[in-house]
Design a protein around this ligand. Structure first.
Ligand code: B12
Length: 137
């Protein structure tokens, strides 16, 4: 056990653009977190499986394609089925404001829209993962 925050960054669906996910993965890694980056074209099942196998504290989902209202709820549902709702689910990409509200209602902890700085995401993850401040110091 290293005590570092463990984050899976994944991109569900058939999207090709991966720059946002890579930028976020690198920023979290540079901030001292353990980042497992799954790459593109992951199914919700693969993402949940990876998070559980890696004992992740949080899963960050990148969805630039517009399919967020299908794919993110599926990930949440699978965590619920596996009785693993303690894994923090957050995400980002080109998601309209109204859909951000719908996703947070479903249980997504936070959705970061284009223009968010890496530092904002790093700070939020540090503050939101339980006991992370103690673990990082
Ligand atoms: C560059 C780009 C591409 C490149 C991608 C290169 C790459 N390797 O990533 C290429 C040319 C490949 C591409 C292709 C396509 N693209 Co494009 N692309 C863009 C563009 C211009 C910039 C995206 C980018 O890289 N931004 C820089 C990164 C750093 O910013 P970001 O992705 O927004 O990420 C930030 C936040 O969103 C958030 N975030 C993002 N991901 C994550 C993940 C986590 C975990 C967290 C916490 C936060 C987070 O944090 C980041 C920092 O602020 C956008 C338009 C735009 N201005 O946003 C369109 C855009 C994303 N593309 C779009 C489309 C439609 C496509 C295509 C489907 C077009 C087509 N018909 O072929 C294809 C996809 C094909 C496929 N197979 O999937 C649309 C998406 C529409 C939607 N979501 O409703 C956009 C928004 C353009 C538009 N206005 O219509 N694209």
């Amino acid at each position: 056990m290293t005590g570092r925050i463990r984050v899976v960054i994944a991109e569900p669906g058939l999207d090709g653009p991966d720059r946002g996910a890579e930028v976020v993965a690198r920023a979290l890694r540079d901030a001292g977190m353990e980042v497992i980056y799954t790459g593109l074209h992951q199914t919700p099942e693969q993402i949940v499986q990876t998070a559980l196998q890696e004992d992740a504290d949080a899963v960050g989902l990148a969805i630039p394609s517009g399919a967020h209202l299908t794919l993110i709820p599926k990930v949440l549902e699978l965590f619920k089925e596996r009785d693993a709702q303690d894994v923090l689910v957050f995400g980002g990409g080109t998601v309209p404001e109204t859909d951000i509200a719908a996703l947070t209602e479903l249980g997504v902890a936070k959705v970061f829209a284009p223009g968010t700085t890496s530092q904002e995401i790093v700070d939020w993850v540090r503050e939101s993962v339980p006991d992370s401040e103690a673990a990082e110091s």
